[in-house]
Write a protein that binds this ligand. Structure first.
Ligand code: FAD
Length: 370
């Protein structure tokens, strides 16, 4: 039996970021089921940080997390939200939400949008107005995961892969599928889409988490295009985005299909939808889909990620429900976990942004408050 002060289940961005903070206070052991860190959601993300997604608390958690993503973890990457006539009210709502956090948001007309993103279809039936956020951040997911893991190890903690937790005894002692045991008075459940299942192993009431599948296709860029200057372009209707990356284009139909925890795979229908929307919103023709994948985004009922001790099990800490913003909110959520587990003061900056302990408390998700 290996003993620690903090045991963490899950080697995605949530578990690793929390482990990096907790390792400063005591012996920390992180257990990841797969042979590689970030095999599930955290390795399938497009890893962007922007204010165009999520509820007000999520945007506040995003704002608080930004300073963590200095280069090389993040780099400035403009974000363009575009709207046709029908979706103009959505663009207006987005502008009001985003303007509260970024002073640099600008409205663009059709000509300004095509100057920035030439293939965008404008005019009748196409985009008529846009919103440019020049402060978007493209994050380096792998570097972020590895740097958190390095922090854990540098503080004397362990990050162990190939350790699938199969049994959990209150107190807390966990046993892996291979029969190894680990124990600690605090158990952090950062098992992503599986977090409710881990809670069930521990006899803790589930939060009612819902994993939802999202699909990405990678297509070749038009031969003559200078795509390195293109923004991350998203429809205000929230049914499409395209992002240039490494000479190709990542495209999503922004699907949210309820799914089970597991190794998510893209469905033909969503792949076709992604290609169709790229051709509908832009003049780009999809000649070949070079690559495709799907990943799970796991939501709580109120779409606010949760961090806090379970009300029904002493020492069982939830860190779950990161939805589609687990990277951009990870530094804030990890600091919240540190605060609540070690009993330090609530971060002043979070309070100033309007985030209090009650918003992220897991009890709120369990009773389905929206
Ligand atoms: C297509 C796509 C695009 C996205 N784009 C963005 C974006 O632009 N910006 C952003 O911030 N977020 C984005 N996200 C969301 C982000 O990826 C997730 O919110 C985040 O990765 C969730 O992290 P996690 O650590 O909770 O989950 P995971 O990364 O899934 O980690 C949970 C881990 O727990 C492990 N585990 C489960 N059960 C056990 C067990 N019994 N024993 C041991 N280990 C176990 C799993 O193997 C898994 O590795 C996107 C997601 C997808 C799918």
């Amino acid at each position: 039996m290996e003993r620690a002060d903090f045991l963490i289940i899950g080697g995605g961005v949530a578990g690793l970021s929390a482990a990096a903070r907790l390792a400063r206070y005591g012996r920390t052991i992180l257990l990841e089921a797969e042979e590689a860190l970030g095999y599930h959601s955290s390795g399938r993300s497009v890893s962007f940080s922007h204010y165009g997604i999520g509820t007000a608390p999520v945007r506040a958690l995003t704002a608080y997390s930004r300073p963590h993503f200095a280069p090389p973890l993040g780099r400035i990457f403009p974000t363009l939200y575009f709207a046709d006539h029908a979706s103009l009210p959505l663009l207006d709502a987005l502008e009001a939400d985003m303007a509260a956090l970024s002073a640099e948001i600008r409205t663009l007309d059709a000509a300004q949008m095509t100057a920035l993103f030439p293939p965008l279809r404008t005019g009748p039936g196409g985009a008529v107005r846009g919103l440019l956020d020049p402060t978007g951040l493209k994050l380096d997911a792998d570097l972020i995961l590895q740097s958190f893991a390095r922090e854990v190890r540098a503080a004397g903690g362990s990050v162990l892969t190939g350790r699938r937790v199969a049994a959990v005894e209150p107190g807390w002692t966990v046993r892996t599928e291979a029969g190894e045991t680990f124990s600690a008075p605090v158990l952090v459940n950062a098992a992503g889409a599986w977090a409710d299942r881990v809670a069930s192993l521990a006899g803790v009431a589930p939060l009612g988490l819902q994993p939802k599948r999202r699909t990405i296709i990678v297509v070749d860029a038009p031969a003559d295009a200078r795509i390195d200057t293109w923004p991350f372009a998203l429809s205000a209707a929230r049914d499409f985005y395209v992002q240039p990356e490494a000479g190709r284009l990542l495209v999503s139909p922004v699907d949210e299909v309820p799914d089970e925890p597991g190794d998510a795979q893209p469905e033909d229908y969503d792949i076709a939808l992604a290609a169709d929307r790229l051709e509908r919103y832009t003049s780009i023709k999809v000649a070949r889909i070079a690559h495709r994948w799907a990943g799970l985004r796991t939501f709580t009922a109120d779409r606010i990620p949760k961090a806090g001790f379970a009300e029904d099990a002493s020492g069982f800490f939830w860190l779950a429900g990161q939805g589609g913003y687990g990277f951009q909110t990870a530094p804030a959520m990890a600091e919240i976990a540190e605060t609540l587990i070690t009993g330090t003061a609530w971060p002043k900056g979070l309070a100033e942004l309007g985030v209090g302990v009650e918003q992220v408390a897991p009890g709120r998700a369990a009773i389905g408050l929206a």
